[in-house]
Design a protein around this ligand. Sequence first.
Ligand code: GLY
Length: 371
Amino acid sequence: MINTVAVDLGARSYEVRIGEGLIARAGAEIAPLLRRKRVAVVTDETVAAAHLSALTAALAAEGIASTALALPPGEGTKNWENLARCTEWLLEQKVERKDVVLALGGGVIGDLVGFSAAILRRGVRFVQLPTSLLAQVDSSVGGKTGINTAQGKNLVGAFHQPSLVLADIGVLDTLPGRDFLSGYGEVVKYGLLGDAAFFDWLEREGPALRDGDSAARLRAVTRSVEMKAGIVSRDETEDGERALLNLGHTFCHALEKATGYSDRLLHGEGVAIGCALAFELSSRLGLCSQEEPSRVRAHLRRMGMKVDLADIPGDLPGADALIALMGQDKKVVDGRLRFILARGIGQAFVTDEVPPETVRAVLDEALALRR
Ligand code: GLY
């Protein structure tokens, strides 16, 4: 079964198709977009080993010729050097203005290739074929593209919407368990920010979904994408509501910086811990009951995820240093930290009116649990 979610953005609207076997039928899915039967595929070496031959065969079955570039795997690839390499390779492949570039991989490939497509010949179309849970539910949808620089993550980029997203949930079977659970951090985020019934459902079905239940995976990815598509359609460039998608991210980005963007903490793990801290902060500020953060933490714990600062291996800086790291975040507006807080599960809102001493108290307590 294939579910289709529309991202309504006027002339730049597109569909996200979700289901098993979409890579095997990618040729038929993509053919209607093509002016000539030729595409360039950019992927990473790990994804290429697992899925590139299936994609190439699917394209060839529809008479679509393809060439492919496999970049090294990992967050380190999302830099100026690989942006130049990818863009120049696409030019060498004689990709023209009306052609389509395919991004096959996780968030790193989607962001990098999307940015390359945005600047190539002042913008060529691209199709996202996300292969990680995180990319399927978040980064492949919504048109945020970019790279990391010495100054920080995702500080250079462009809004460039894909022309189509094909989320083949069958490929999630090949993900290492830790990567799957990291992506699940973003899935939980959608329930927490705006759909309490979805969070209830995740509490019931999360373990089955984690253990491979494909019907549950289809529903979870579809609901996540529906929520993201709705928010992006209403606020493409994050002037308001889209900021809700950053629930947990103010804490997460500080923790990622503190751990050197290493495998001590994957992005979705940081999001999950950050969501738990955001609910703790909301409860401290009297916005929601004390039961709400406990319920969030209980679900993450049951899923076998990282929940607390104590679950991050190695040293962490103190509360003040973490707050200083938050101050370098993109979400700082006029020098004020912006948080996504909640009045309850499914009721998030954006605020820059959070007393720093309350943030410090929450972090001090969370850090004390590590000792
Ligand atoms: N990942 C957050 C956003 O797309 O806005």
